[in-house]
Ligand binder design. Structure first.
Ligand code: 0L1
Ligand code: MG
Length: 262
């Protein structure tokens, strides 16, 4: 690690304040060009610790930048991993107050709920499918705290991978019975289709995102516990939204999930 405990705590406080007060900042690597991956995840862990100390519950995990569309959009080549807090969760058909966000974008995703722990190293798609209770459509709302979404991967990891809200809904699907690679999705904004795709856009198979998450956690002595909700990553590029927009994700055979921005 290149940063000391005081720097980690100060950067976590700064990034979490930006989230809670909906104001943007410059990427933290400008002031800390030598920070490494351990520092980045330590800052994210400290943000999680701050929330949990306030009584907020961690309700899930996420993989980000898992599709070639997202990697191309953001100019990066590696997935990143974050956590989901209780107040990020928005009911299906619910409303999100955009005054609490900076510059939200939506991502169509497949969420997994596990029924057995997943621990790397060596975790693969088969392990993930065997440990999956069900899959369900999800819309993730991301809101990088970095001005104009301009960042590098370490800055983004420290910022909990731009996480801010998520909505799950529609129908639960059996991951053993579905071909998640060919599962088709349509994302609509204000009734107009704006993005299309299929599960294979996420690392060839969305379960790969969970395998990579389990392997990442395994390197840190952690695992994906049973009963965890995991967002596997945007299938398409992220789509910008603003107050007044309504977004609906339709997933073939699994119904739809929607959210409004007020
Ligand atoms: O969920 C995601 O794919 C977001 C990862 C962080 C990068 C971004 O803000 O697009
Ligand atoms: Mg995402």
């Amino acid at each position: 690690m290149k940063l000391d405990a005081g720097q980690i705590a100060a950067l976590a406080a700064h990034l979490e304040d930006c989230e809670l007060q909906a104001h943007d900042t410059l990427k933290i690597t400008l002031d800390h060009p030598d920070m490494d991956w351990e520092d980045a995840y330590a800052i994210q862990d400290e943000i999680r610790r701050r929330k949990e100390a306030r009584g907020q519950k961690t309700v899930g995990l996420k993989a980000g930048l898992t599709s070639f569309a997202k990697m191309r959009q953001m100019g990066v080549e590696t997935p990143v991993f974050g956590f989901l807090t209780d107040y990020f969760s928005v009911p299906d058909g619910g409303s999100i107050d955009t005054s609490k966000l900076i510059h939200p974008k939506v991502e169509p995703e497949i969420a997994f709920v596990t029924k057995a722990p997943l621990k790397g190293p060596g975790c693969h798609i088969g392990d993930v499918l065997a440990a999956t209770d069900f899959v369900i459509p999800a819309i993730e709302i991301i809101d990088s705290r970095y001005r104009d979404f301009k960042f590098d991967l370490k800055s983004v990891v420290a910022d909990n991978c731009s996480s801010t809200r998520f909505v799950v809904g529609g129908c639960m699907g059996d991951a053993r019975a579905l071909d998640l690679r060919t599962l088709g999705i349509v994302l609509e904004k204000n009734g107009e289709p704006v993005a299309f795709g299929a599960g294979a856009a996420v690392l060839g198979h969305p379960a790969t995102a969970l395998a990579e998450l389990a392997n990442h956690l395994g390197r840190r002595g952690q695992e994906i516990p049973a009963g965890t909700l995991v967002l596997s990553g945007g299938i398409t590029e992220a789509v910008s939204v603003q107050a007044g927009d309504s977004v609906c994700l339709r997933v073939h055979g699994l119904g739809s999930v929607s959210v409004h921005f007020a």
